[in-house]
Design a protein around this ligand. Structure first.
Ligand code: FE2
Ligand code: FE2
Length: 293
């Protein structure tokens, strides 16, 4: 077994590139893996479906403009960002294969549609606007990640075989939340483009996520049985209202002087790094060998 060093001197200590491996057994995990709730489970499945291709887009948009980066620390952070997003894509693909095996066969077609949508975005938008879309979506993931790390109730509803994937992803989204934003700044990206692209991205993101979730609920023949999933709607939008409670953090993005680090998560991250990957950490056994180089 290869020893796992405490830090990787090759990259910014703030954004370590952890190589992990999780095991998703379709026979062991219930289809409604979030509190036996079809709505929340399919919503999180829909988000996961977006990740492999979406995160590839994030990486490409950052790579396209990283030549503007002059600060060696930010340059090292970009390496960390690329490594983390690549690993998220790999593990979410494994997770997505699990729910495909459980019967969500439409996921193949939906991922093809997502690729088509991203191809269109790549063709239609200039590089700075593509990076602005990445910044917008990184703000979404950072908001959701912070909530997942802070709120035990959000994590508790997850099946124990699935929780490590989302908690690890949340930690790393928080760790690299400012990287795309800082590259955008280094590349001369301005406020008007950032705010405008956020509005457009919000609409497309919610519309596509809803599109995917609707397909999954239809495949389960639950679309017209709202009593099977209304509890989940209330959970997400009313109480505790996961998404509704994120509105103030979402609006902060529209302040001209906004920066992702305005929300101080340093202490939260230190706690979770230790809890997951410190000596005897909960996910220490999921680390595979050395850090990804
Ligand atoms: Fe990610
Ligand atoms: Fe990210």
């Amino acid at each position: 077994m290869v020893a796992v060093p405490a830090t990787d001197p090759a990259v910014s200590a703030d954004i370590p590139r952890r190589q992990v491996d999780f095991d998703f057994d379709p026979a062991r995990v219930p289809v409604d893996w979030y509190q036996d709730d079809a709505y929340v489970s399919t919503l999180l499945d829909a988000l996961s479906l977006l990740f492999p291709e979406g995160e590839r887009f994030f990486v490409d948009s950052v790579k396209a403009l990283r030549h503007h980066v002059r600060d060696p620390q930010l340059d090292a952070a970009v390496d960390g960002f690329i490594g983390q997003e690549a690993m998220h894509g790999k593990e979410h693909r494994a997770f997505n294969e699990m729910f495909l095996a459980q019967g969500y066969t439409s996921s193949v077609k939906l991922e093809r549609q997502l690729k088509g949508l991203l191809r269109l975005v790549r063709r239609a938008l200039p590089a700075r606007s593509q990076l602005a879309a990445t910044c917008a979506l990184e703000h979404f993931t950072a908001m959701m990640a912070e909530a997942a790390l802070r709120e035990e109730g959000m994590r508790d509803g997850m099946h124990p075989a699935i929780r490590p994937l989302w908690v690890w992803h949340a930690l790393e989204e928080s760790e690299h939340k400012a990287v795309a934003f800082d590259v955008y700044g280094a590349a001369g990206g301005g406020y008007a483009r950032r705010a405008g692209v956020m509005l457009l991205t919000t609409i497309i993101f919610f519309a596509f996520t809803l599109w995917v979730q609707t397909h999954f609920l239809a495949e389960r023949r639950l679309l017209w049985k709202p009593w099977r999933w209304l509890r989940g709607v209330g959970h997400v939008w009313v109480y505790p209202g996961w998404f509704t409670r994120l509105v103030p953090a979402y609006l902060q993005y529209f302040r001209p002087g906004f920066h992702p680090d305005d929300r101080d998560t340093a202490a939260l991250l230190a706690t979770w790094r230790e809890r997951l990957f410190g000596d005897g950490g909960e996910l220490r056994a999921n680390l595979r060998g050395a850090w990804v180089q």
